[in-house]
Design a protein around this ligand. Sequence first.
Ligand code: HEC
Ligand code: HEC
Length: 434
Amino acid sequence: MSRSTNGWAVIVSCMAFGLSGCGEEPPLRPMESLPTLTYPVRSDWLVLETPKVAPTKPYAKSYAPLLGLTPDATNADADQLALLNEAKLRRLVYTKNMSNSDKTDLFHALTERFGTPSAPKVAPLEPEVQQLATDLRLDSTALAAGARLYRNYCQHCHGMTGAGDGPGGKWLVPPPRDYRQGIFKFTTTDALAGANSFKPRRADLVKTIRVGLPGSGMPSFASLSESDLDLLAGYVTHLSIRGESEYLTLKTLLNPDDFLDDPSGPDAKKYRNAIDMAVTTNLNKILHEWHKAEQSPIEVEPDTCTTYEKRLESAANGYKIYMDAQLGGCGACHVNYGRNAVPTYDVWSTVVRPRDLTQGVFRVTREPASLYKRIYAGVKASGMPEFHTTLRTPSEEKVKGRNRIWDVVHFVEALSNPQMKADLAEKYQIEIDQ
Ligand code: HEC
Ligand code: HEC
């Protein structure tokens, strides 16, 4: 029957029976009118360990040795050959060569727990783990709303799965964050409270999205409402948990000796297959980590330097700590205060460079409390260590109102403050710009 005849049939039956609802638009069925997108299983490099080699070229835009590299590349440059050698040592593994049946099983297991881009979810198996997802506000309605915003504002840089491989961001240095290792750089999560400081707290994600990361390609989204920022943070969390479940499962899958102690044990029956079980176990572990991070904020000790003179004296103390190889040792990486720092690889095998501290541009703003947390927690993904223990203030200094981390913060502030630099030179004979 043609469409128009069908239409007539409806009108005729309406007239005949006076059915309610006649004349209304047919309900939209968005799931069917849009192509049914699913998250693909990854087929790129899995970085298991930060490469032990360093890039040789200067730090510049478009310099991404791992991007587009394949194990059989014939035109690889020196840095790429060094990375291929790292792959021989299994620090990097190429996932494209996985068997089709493993890929299919992984796809089904991940889709069952995490849904699709238009219907995302975080659905662990056990109710007590579900409670963690509820506490983290990862319910499917909020995630679907966050996903819509993400497609609008973020996907062209961060990619559909959060791999950081969107067309708008591919050549940025540093590249857009790949969320799939479950690792973030600018967290305020306290490792001393037993939390995994790679995991951000919700407030960290919201702040990053609101203010952006100055000095990188990550823009500010300050014009979005607080509730949109929060929905976006929730969806980034979903992508990260999904990505890390996949990452950890692949890590064991590609190393079959580690895979499941007893795949035929009694528990295995509950699951469709071993991959399914691995995804579920990894999801549980990761949810616990996010939950713990949320409850473990770094407490910033009060800054006792209330006057300029005190801040300057503290900065002079900070200089000594900065220079002392046993304490700060900052200059080993921030060569010439970062002006001559050399690039290295980070945990994603992408290129980073220790910050030029004389520029006064910091990713998470230059608010003193932000810098305090950065030095306390480090930027471990980029190789900058955490200083919460090395720079703990001995009690004999504490009673005098001193705090070693604050000393370093004041020195870092001075490095881009002409007045403070001049006064450090005059009063304390500390020359920065010689
Ligand atoms: C123009 C490209 C671009 C767009 C658009 C973009 N980002 Fe980013 N984003 C980046 C870059 C580049 C970085 C990495 C900066 C770095 O490593 O210093 C980043 C990093 C991040 C991080 C990681 C912070 C951390 O602590 O590790 C988060 C979270 C993030 N972006 C979320 C978002 C969200 C959400 C959106 C959309 C509202 C978005 N980004 C849009 C480029 C972009
Ligand atoms: C092992 C190398 C290393 C050491 C040691 C190190 N850093 Fe860093 N630092 C880095 C790298 C790499 C980055 C860039 C991180 C990024 O953006 O990915 C960085 C970034 C920073 C930033 C910028 C944070 C931001 O929000 O943008 C500050 C501030 C900083 N370091 C201060 C210090 C101080 C102070 C010390 C000594 C107490 C120190 N660093 C020791 C490698 C190091």
